[in-house]
Ligand binder design. Structure first.
Ligand code: NAP
Ligand code: MG
Length: 403
């Protein structure tokens, strides 16, 4: 078979630990034999981020703006332990946070459903997509430890010098405070990304916050969504026979548990972080959750929802065998290749993405899987494969499709 040609490079963001090992295997076994892969490579591995004072992360986000589509490997967000492990100059920020802040987009996370891995919530027949607002709130907070008695205030100084003040708390002893912000433009982009994605997917959109308690902050999210929906999307939703509905976050959680799935659940930044982990584990495995950041300008960055699988990496370094699931990382590549194919009008490339996804699903449904899935599958006596052999089995399925 002749290799599929690409016209525009994908922005390739390499990462850390076990996922960096998988990244290389995926390229060598599943991509390079089939696609004349064009990428602009950025090494977001922690050592190189440290070497470049994290400039490489910023450069990779800017390249995403230039080319439109990126694929990212999981990366370490440094903590105190990583400072010593990697001899870091600084505790660099989360690359995902940096990229999200530059692209100001929304993250959509969807579990990959296969027969034999059934969600533990029995009534979930279809995947639930979480749309996570990717800007602000606690991720851009300012915090303070209060050393003793005193008054904590919120102060806004306008350009003309006029001040608005609110008392946060009259402290009588030590405590803590936190300031959060968001900007209307970002909430508007979030709303538009969600409505557009819902129309794309022909799925209903839910949105929930805690507006009864947070009467200005959360209520602003609710109002902006409603205004944009009423003025720009209401008719399109009616034409597509889908609905948008807003409810309180507690009510949403209760309804999600009783639902059949098959909808998009828009969440504020923190809710999306937490709920996507709940949804992915309830659907089976963190390793079966895809993630895409969509900016209001239509830039896409695809990745797996899980981290660098540190525990497996240390086993790997010890020379022990690992059984790490590469499916979500493969789907990051297929998502990016499909989007590149669609934008550039390369049908074979978009088709390749579909074939590779099918090869992954067929492999698992044939009972060949990694340990994380073997532990939860309904398939009798599954074959548990190591990281490399699982990818080789997917290769065989892919070759069958092309034969
Ligand atoms: P993790 O890498 O998601 O792994 C947590 C556990 O989940 C693993 O130990 C493993 O369980 C299981 N798991 C996750 N992905 C798996 C896969 N593909 N195949 C099989 N099992 C899988 O989370 P973490 O260990 O808390 O974080 C490690 C590093 O990743 C941290 O430095 C963190 O900053 C970073 N991180 C990055 C991203 C990102 O780049 N998007 C996201 C989250 C975390 P068992 O050990 O029980 O097998
Ligand atoms: Mg999380």
């Amino acid at each position: 078979m002749e290799k599929i040609k690409m016209t525009t490079p994908l922005v390739e963001m390499d990462g850390d630990e076990m996922t960096r090992i998988l990244w290389k295997m995926i390229k060598e076994e599943l991509l390079l034999p089939f696609v004349d892969l064009k990428t602009e490579y950025y090494d977001l591995g922690l050592s190189y981020r440290n070497e470049t004072d994290d400039q490489v992360t910023i450069d990779s986000a800017n390249a995403t703006k230039k080319y439109g589509v990126a694929v990212k490997c999981a990366t370490i967000t440094p903590n105190a332990a990583r400072m010593d492990e990697y001899d870091l100059k600084e505790m660099w920020k989360s690359p995902n946070g940096t990229i999200r802040a530059i692209l100001d987009g929304t993250v959509f996370r969807t579990p990959i459903k296969v027969k034999g891995i059934e969600p533990c919530v029995k009534n979930w027949e279809s995947p639930i997509t979480i749309a996570r607002h990717a800007y602000g709130d606690v991720y851009k907070n300012v915090e303070m430890k209060i050393p003793g008695a005193g008054t904590a205030e919120l102060v806004f100084t306008a350009k003309d010098g006029t001040q608005t003040k609110e008392t946060i708390f009259e402290f009588e002893s030590c405590g803590i405070i936190q300031g959060q912000h968001n900007v209307e433009a970002s909430i508007e982009s979030f709303a538009r990304s969600c409505f557009t994605y819902a129309l794309d997917q022909k799925q209903e959109l839910w949105f929930a916050t805690k507006d009864t308690i947070s009467k200005k902050y959360d209520h602003t999210f609710k109002d902006i969504f409603q205004e944009i929906f009423d003025s720009e999307y209401k008719e399109k939703f009616e034409a597509a026979s889908i609905t948008y509905f807003y409810t309180l976050i507690d009510d949403a959680v209760a309804r999600v548990m009783k639902s059949k799935g098959g909808f998009i659940w828009a969440c504020k930044n923190y809710d999306g972080d937490v709920m996507s982990d709940m949804i992915s584990s309830a659907f089976g495995s963190l390793a079966m959750m895809t993630s895409v950041l969509v900016s209001p300008e239509g830039y896409y960055e695809y990745e797996a929802a899980h981290g660098t699988v540190q525990r497996h990496y240390y086993k790997h370094l010890n020379g022990e065998e690992t059984s790490t699931n590469s499916v979500a990382t493969i789907f990051a590549w297929t998502g990016a290749l499909r989007k590149r194919g669609e934008i550039d009008g390369i049908k074979e490339l978009a088709a390749f993405a579909g074939h590779l996804e099918k090869a992954c699903v067929d492999t698992i449904e044939a009972g060949k899987m990694t340990k994380d899935l073997a532990l939860i599958t309904d398939i009798a006596q599954p074959t548990v494969l190591n990281s490399e052999d699982f990818i080789k089995e997917i290769r065989k399925e892919l070759e069958k499709i092309y034969a």
